[in-house]
Ligand binder design. Structure first.
Ligand SMILES: Cc1cc2nc3c(=O)[nH]c(=O)nc-3n(C[C@H](O)[C@H](O)[C@H](O)COP(=O)(O)O)c2cc1C
Length: 163
């Protein structure tokens, strides 16, 4: 498997829990962006980035602080997969929009993004949807917590073939 890392930002712990599940399943480290030195990321070939969405479609706070330094990295030749938690009932039009923010940043930095997901009945206007698919794994732990484990497992199984 390519050298991979999970990097996450989480305010109340929902995304952190998902990040740790993914890391355990793939036997790779999970690091909180609040504790990450961007200079340590150069050697990784695959970055799995997780962020919840706050405000109205904004990155989680620690990610917002980390992004300016992260954006300066060249991600050419690297693969990036995105995941995040959100609330599609309370914030329908900005559901998991942080994934859209991260998507734009990593595409600008030259990464190849893997792990997109079908919209599956979601009809809002989130910028995490591009060309008819979510750019990563959208999780609604606020309204559908019972579905999270299976969604995460299915996503990891699909990703494994690309890692
Ligand atoms: C003030 C506030 C604003 C939020 N804004 C959004 C939003 O714009 N889009 C969304 O999908 N979820 C939104 N959420 C829901 C959180 O993203 C969700 O609860 C998430 O699971 C929190 O994850 P974390 O504990 O990893 O930070 C918001 C929640 C709060 C309390």
């Amino acid at each position: 498997m390519k050298k991979s890392i999970v990097l996450y930002g989480s305010t109340t712990g929902a995304t952190k829990e998902v990040a740790e599940t993914i890391a355990e399943a793939l036997q790779i480290p999970a690091v909180d962006v609040a504790q990450c030195d961007v200079r340590d990321l150069g050697s990784y070939e695959v970055l799995l980035l997780g962020s919840s969405t706050w405000g109205s479609g904004e990155l989680q706070d620690d990610w917002a602080t980390f992004l300016p330094a992260f954006e300066k990295l060249s991600l050419k030749g690297k693969k990036v997969a995105l995941f995040g938690t959100g609330d599609q009932e309370g914030f329908s039009d900005t559901f998991v929009e942080a994934l859209g923010v991260l998507y734009d940043a990593v595409i600008r930095a030259g990464a190849e993004v893997i792990g997109s997901c079908p919209v599956d009945g979601y009809t809002g206007r989130s910028l995490a949807v591009r060309n008819g698919s979510f750019v990563g794994l959208p999780l609604d732990d606020d309204n559908q917590p019972e579905a999270t484990a299976e969604r995460v497992k299915g996503w990891i199984d699909r990703l494994r073939t690309e890692l």
